[in-house]
Design a binder for this molecule. Structure first.
Ligand code: MN
Ligand code: MN
Length: 471
């Protein structure tokens, strides 16, 4: 071995050494990451909150999870879950210690930016039929034209039957898409700002062009496509008023890069984090503290509504757990810690100007801890305390987890919030951590496999830790 110089030795002791995950931890971890992401790609085929919840329920049953029942005396190692309205789910493994000594929470969201249907979506124009959409979450609208989209969701018929819809996914299914203007006639369009190049009211999904064979009716193309839907699903146009339908990118999740080190897929904000914490929850067998793993809805639109994290269902659930063990929920909350697992922006060399290189996240360097997010002068942020940072980082160090710390981007470039504020309002110490992403909120987002796997290890480390919250 080459002897280190005095300066090299000193630097090793007192300076931070940031290396990519590919160089730093073991080749074994990299191989595990590849294997881990086979299941991740399957998970990514679930593209709405309802689909994710439906997907995980049988997996939970296989792993011995039972539906939570109030008043049950759960033994250490028992596994249970509670679904909130088919769109949010809480999954737990009972710890050896009473919940009064705190629980270990991780939360990720399972909703992603997309195009929701308007209540009256169907119309005909210029002998073509369309669905009208209203975008959900923060998107660059121009990115959603001329790509294959699939339609998903539920419709309630007048008889009260729930019909599940899934069209346009897979090679034998028809593609549905939103058209864009030809460049030859786009002189005016190209002078517009990017936010106006394609406007919300132009996000109409083209779904048919053959008229119904009866010249006596009007809107014959509309009638013809409605007949297709009626034949297949038994629904009528009225039923769109009692439906939740949306269009999502129809791409299949796949390996990316010549080295296959990355994943290209829709919805990785925040399914990358959801999958990591889900696997950590399943693999945690007999934790010291009860785990509470949450899949949340409505994060992309501000966490409002009965399935968003601003709703009381989370607190009600903890109150139930407290009552089951004869303690006060406030004691549970005060002794608990939470990892708010949401993606972060990785540095993209095409746009380095929005990042500050000493405090940004890089792809393949592990999940990114964010002490705070928000915008401007740290407005609207949970700002994790030094004590909380020390708590989680010391656990990561002991468990051999790679992580990095960064801000979302440069000061005053924009910003964003996460669920962390919705958790810390309950007096639970919370910190953000998430997978770095390129092209966030685009129809296809990019992550590194090693980062997704390392987030799993991070959540596992916190769930497996016996360290009490001592601050
Ligand atoms: Mn997110
Ligand atoms: Mn997002």
């Amino acid at each position: 071995m080459v002897k280190k110089t005095k300066g090299q030795e000193l630097a090793g002791k007192i300076l931070t050494d940031r290396k990519s995950l590919v160089d730093k931890p073991s080749a074994e971890d990299m191989a595990k990451a590849d294997e881990f992401c086979v299941g991740y790609k399957a998970f990514l085929n679930n593209k709405t909150e309802r689909e994710v919840v439906d997907y995980v329920l049988p997996i939970l049953a296989e792993h011995g999870y039972k539906e939570y029942k109030r008043g049950t005396k759960y033994r250490a190692g028992s596994k249970f879950y509670k679904v909130n309205r088919g769109k949010t789910i809480l999954m737990c493994t009972k710890g050896r210690r009473p919940v009064a000594e705190g629980v270990r929470v991780s939360v990720a969201h399972i909703d992603s930016p997309r195009l929701d249907f308007k209540p009256h979506p169907l119309f005909e124009d210029a002998s073509m039929a369309y669905f009208k959409t209203h975008y959900y979450g923060g998107i660059k609208k121009y990115q959603w034209t001329t790509i294959p989209l699939s339609v998903r969701g539920v419709v309630y018929t007048k008889k009260g039957e729930k019909v599940t819809v899934k069209i346009g996914e897979g090679e034998d299914e028809p593609a549905l898409l939103i058209t864009d203007l030809l460049p030859h006639l786009a002189q005016t369009q190209m002078r517009k700002t990017a936010g106006e190049v394609v406007e919300g009211e132009q996000l109409n999904l083209l779904i048919g062009s053959i008229p119904y064979d009866d010249e006596k009716v009007k809107d014959r193309v509309k009638l013809a496509v409605m007949k297709i839907l009626n034949d297949k699903y038994g629904i009528t146009e009225d039923d769109f008023e009692t439906a939740e339908l949306c269009a999502v990118p129809a791409f299949i999740p796949r390996d990316m890069g010549l080295d296959r080190s990355m994943i290209a897929a829709y919805g990785q904000d925040d399914s990358s984090c959801a999958y990591a914490e889900f696997m950590a929850e399943l693999d945690t067998k007999s934790p010291e503290y009860t785990t509470v793993t949450i899949f949340a809805d409505k994060e992309e639109t501000g966490s409002d509504g009965v399935t968003g994290m601003r709703s009381f269902f989370f607190r009600d659930f903890l109150e139930d757990l407290a009552q089951d063990e004869g303690c006060e929920v406030r004691d549970v909350l005060r002794h608990s810690v939470c990892l708010s697992c949401d993606v972060s922006a990785g540095l993209d060399p095409a746009w380095p100007e929005v990042m500050e290189r000493n405090n940004c996240c890089f792809m393949n360097r592990g999940p990114c801890l964010a002490k705070y997010d928000g915008s401007r002068g740290k407005y609207s942020t949970n700002d994790a305390s030094a004590e909380m940072m020390n708590y989680v980082i010391s656990i990561f160090r002991d468990a051999g987890v790679s992580w990095q710390i960064g801000e979302l981007g440069k000061i005053d470039q924009g910003g964003g919030g996460t669920i962390a504020s919705e958790i810390s309002v309950h007096s639970i110490d919370t910190v953000d951590i998430g997978v770095p992403v390129l092209s966030m909120h685009a129809p296809i987002e990019v992550t590194c496999k090693a980062d997704v796997y390392m987030l799993y290890k991070a959540v596992r480390a916190v769930y497996d830790s016996k360290r009490p919250k001592d601050f």
